[in-house]
Design a protein around this ligand. Structure first.
Ligand code: F6R
Length: 607
């Protein structure tokens, strides 16, 4: 979603702002802009589309101010064109914004009655116009912003720059992330530490309700939603560095992130397993023995990790799991038990739907654990226990390594729960931990399928639709395979439980629809292969993903991808890789924007 940068610098800041915006590109955007103070006056350059169009504009009409704000916009209110691109500005103030102002219509009506002329269709311009009105009325920038913040509803992060104020930026956060960076005689705002990585590693994260008044000498933070008193937010050394968001020798971040999986899953497992004693670690404060059920919630790919985990918790720990996508969880009004445990899964830790579910569960008196890739994120900070995934920054919009690291974390947790609840014996635990320890090696082997998958992708690229089938834990992997394909190649794809095929989707089968069957040679294999044969009998083109034994038993298919044999328990971590590679190479072959697919955002900070 939208990316925000602000710099009070010691040289012209527009090039630095564009540089920082490039590091925020991964969040997804459809227009971009910069505003600087030019001899005290606000000036803007904005352009729809990729940052290169903004750069071209800046080359033709450079900006030389030492104070500026910049933005990449993911459209919510109004089309992604130049007039709706941020910064939005009046004569006196410019603003960049991430999130949604929910009551913007009523505020806009009020301003229209007041005689204001709007230049855009956005909710953001309402904020600029309201601050402008307060400034016109004689308020200082700080008081003007405070007065407007008090009237805004919704989730947002905002950064303001003011006419004639070369040493001032004001930022505010309610819901959407915002960080302050400390330089040497320079100060920064950024949506995350990665944006600011080459400028500073000294970062403080604002809390919800904070308003930060930044000058080149430092920052004053106030709790603007509450008492208005000064608060202090600790300065932390950020571990983000610019190299983390380098593609290296890879053509796309997604390719790099797929290839990194053996390593990052290894790190994640090392964190959650006590390998010396072959045990899974239980996070402090969680007592599985006293819990009678679990609630899990997440969105998209992270939700599919949760679906796999349900099988593990129910089998190994005999714990019933309530799971739902975060955007629906609250509407079911599920009866939640006070003192129960809710697990949120999120790569970014900023997903608005997941955060809203977290808060709902908290209100019901539940304990919150999060499986999260960004330890400084809102979801991680709002949790009682954080189970980190150590995937490192994931830049490709389509989640890959974060997903398998989520699976690794949840697998270890389910084993730990099984032991705590005395469902698993020490030998069982040894066997399961041993299976997990082998995963990085098996992933490395699986990656060797890439040349075969690349050839297969050429067939896929000509399809209009594709189906993915699986049973048991392979069912969520089929769902994930279909999601990966549709989001980056734009081919329509659906995942189904293999047994459900005959209840409807089988009507779609013909020789033009490839059907990917995820079938490790486990106790469900025979049944899945029967469903596969139902597809073949109707002329369907089956791509079977299985292991060596499965390939022999299954017989002829359009294509069989043979992954290394693994324990059934860990097969989701292995079978995720061919799903990712197939989607990736299909998208590359079709020439889509693999790392930043259309309409998608990496960090979805609106509900
Ligand atoms: C798909 C994908 C999304 C995310 C979802 C949740 O490849 O990346 O479906 O999984 O938006 O995001 P996080 O995990 O950041 O909460």
């Amino acid at each position: 979603m939208c990316g925000i940068v602000g710099i009070l610098g010691s040289k012209p800041v527009a090039p630095q702002i564009v540089d920082a915006l490039k590091r925020l590109e991964y969040r997804g955007y459809d227009s971009a802009g910069v505003a600087t103070l030019e001899r005290g006056e606000l000036e803007r350059r904005r352009a729809p589309g990729k940052l290169k169009f903004l750069e071209e504009k800046l080359e033709l009409e450079p900006l030389s101010g030492f104070a500026g704000i910049g933005h990449t916009r993911w459209a919510t209110h109004g089309a992604p064109n130049e007039r709706n691109a941020h910064p939005h500005a009046t004569e006196r103030v410019a603003v960049v914004h991430n999130g949604i102002i929910e009551n913007f219509r009523e505020l806009k009506e009020e301003l229209l009655d007041f005689g204001v002329n709007f230049q855009s269709d956005t909710d953001t311009e309402v904020v600029a116009q309201m601050v402008n009105r307060e400034l016109d009325a004689g308020k200082t920038p700080e008081l003007a912003v405070a007065a407007v913040l008090a009237r805004l509803r919704g989730a947002f992060a905002l950064v303001f720059l003011f006419k004639g104020e070369d040493d001032l930026m004001i930022g505010a956060r309610r819901g959407s992330p915002l960080a302050v960076g400390y330089g040497d005689g320079e100060m920064f705002f950024g949506s995350d530490a990665i944006a600011l990585a080459p400028f500073t590693d000294q970062i403080s994260y604002l809390n919800d309700g904070d308003c930060a008044i930044v000058t080149r000498r430092g920052v004053k933070v106030r709790d603007c939603d509450g008492s208005g008193v000064a608060v202090s937010r600790p300065v932390q050394r950020s571990l983000a560095n610019a190299a983390m968001i380098d593609k290296g020798n890879y053509r796309h971040f997604m390719a790099k992130e797929i290839a990194e999986q053996p390593e990052v899953v290894g790190h994640t497992l090392a964190h959650h397993l006590d390998m010396a004693n072959m045990r899974a670690r239980v996070p402090d404060g969680i007592d599985f023995a006293t819990l009678d059920r679990l609630a899990i919630s997440a969105c998209g790919t992270a939700f599919y990790a949760g679906l796999v985990a349900r099988y593990w918790f129910e089998k190994f720990a005999r714990m019933p799991v309530d799971i739902d996508i975060a955007s629906e969880f609250r509407y079911r009004e599920p009866p939640l038990k006070e003192g129960g445990l809710a697990i949120m899964i999120s790569q970014s830790g900023e997903t608005a739907d997941t955060l809203a579910t977290l808060r709902h569960c908290r209100e019901q008196g539940m304990q919150i654990a999060s499986v999260c890739n960004v330890p400084t994120s809102t979801i991680a900070r709002d949790s009682d226990a954080v189970l980190p995934t150590l995937a490192g920054p994931e830049i490709g919009v389509a989640s890959t390594k974060a997903f398998t690291c989520q699976l690794a974390t949840l697998a270890a947790l389910a084993v730990a729960a099984g032991r705590a609840r005395k469902v698993l014996t020490a030998e069982d635990e040894f066997r399961l931990v041993n299976a997990l320890i082998e995963v990085p090696r098996l992933m490395t082997e699986t990656l060797k399928l890439e040349p075969q998958i690349e050839r297969l992708a050429k067939t896929f690229a000509h399809s209009r639709d594709a189906l993915y089938l699986g049973r048991g834990t392979s069912y969520p992997i089929a769902l994930e395979g279909a999601l990966k394909l549709k989001e980056i190649s734009y081919i329509h794809a659906e995942g189904y439980a293999a047994g459900e095929l005959k209840h409807g989707p089988i009507a779609l089968i013909d020789e033009d629809v490839p059907v990917v069957v995820v079938a490790p040679f486990d106790q469900l294999f025979e049944k899945t292969v029967s469903n596969m044969q139902e597809v073949q009998a109707r002329g369907g083109k089956v791509v079977l993903i299985t292991d060596a034994e499965g390939a022999i038993v299954a017989g002829e298919t359009f294509e069989t991808l043979i992954v290394p044999t693994s324990y059934a328990f860990v097969s989701p971590l292995i079978y995720a890789i061919p799903m990712q590679l197939l989607a990736y190479h299909t998208a590359v072959f079709m020439g889509t924007d693999v790392d930043q697919p259309r309409n998608l955002a990496k960090s979805v900070t609106v509900e």
